[in-house]
Design a protein around this ligand. Structure first.
Ligand SMILES: [Zn+2]
Length: 271
């Protein structure tokens, strides 16, 4: 059992509950200001990942119904990636591949594609829809860390960092499988966005009775949002790991309040 008074980002002890939501408590770190909830997913170990849910007709229809919106956003992300590297023949890893749309788009560009998706229902969908085999083992697994060290030209994390148990570790593990001069491109919601700040204000003014969007920004359900970075926290984190931030997009007024980071592992930096 993880002790949530220990900051998930900087490991300082003394993090305190800041917002008590209906289903989760948001902790805040006094040292680095990180916000995260008091919940971790039981992570499946081994190549099977989580296969609790079956890909029945209902699940398939639901995933299909969300695919067009998914594709629209991911095609934009693809254009962003293509500004920085040529995908034909590139070795790419999409972490948190979901229904497989981004691996599919990468494959269309002629890339050599790998993908990680811990939920079996999405892996099965991806296999059937796109003929792409995703792996259930997460990026910390020996399969990746020993088998693909310094291997990839590109690693992508679309809407993943807010979902994983330990985002700093996920980024370090991603760093180690990227080759020198290779790329990490990601997007994630940002906490220093208007929605979040208004919600915090509302929480304070109502004595905790009305937390507006905080309830929907965090969830203790499996694979849902566990932490939300500020832009500064995320930039500092990737730089401390060894990446250079090459391009940065703020979308503070978009519904998801996302930030997009294009990072490069320093050329000639062996490990
Ligand atoms: Zn901290």
């Amino acid at each position: 059992m993880y002790d949530f008074s220990r900051c998930k980002l900087c490991a300082t002890n003394g993090a305190r509950p800041k917002y008590t939501l209906k289903k989760a408590t948001v902790y805040a770190c006094p040292a680095c200001g990180f916000h995260y909830i008091d919940h971790l997913d039981d992570m499946p170990s081994g190549p099977q990942g989580s296969s609790a849910q079956a890909l029945d007709q209902k699940a398939r229809s639901y995933i299909e119904s969300r695919l067009p919106g998914n594709e629209k956003q991911l095609r934009k992300n693809l254009q962003l990636v293509k500004r920085h590297l040529s995908l034909a023949g590139a070795s790419c890893l999409d972490i948190g591949a979901g229904a497989g749309m981004f691996p599919h788009l990468l494959a269309e560009e002629g890339a050599s594609v790998h993908g990680i998706e811990p939920q079996g229902v999405f892996r099965e969908f991806t296999q059937q829809k796109f003929g792409i085999e995703l792996q259930g083992e997460t990026i910390d697994a020996v399969h990746w860390q020993e088998g693909f060290k310094g291997f990839f030209d590109l690693v992508t994390l679309w809407d993943v960092l807010e979902h994983v148990n330990f985002p700093a570790e996920t980024l370090r593990d991603a760093y180690s499988v990227i080759k020198p001069g290779g790329w990490l491109v990601l997007d994630t919601p940002r906490r220093d966005a208007l929605f979040y700040r208004i919600s915090e204000l509302s929480y304070r003014l109502s004595g905790g009775r009305n937390s507006l969007f905080l309830e929907s920004l965090y969830s203790p359900m499996p694979f849902r949002h566990k932490q939300i970075f500020t832009l500064r926290q995320l930039v500092q984190l990737v730089e401390s790991i060894g990446f250079s931030v090459i391009q940065l997009h703020n979308k503070p007024l978009q519904p998801q309040n996302k930030m997009v980071l294009v990072c490069q592992k320093q050329p000639g930096n062996g490990a």
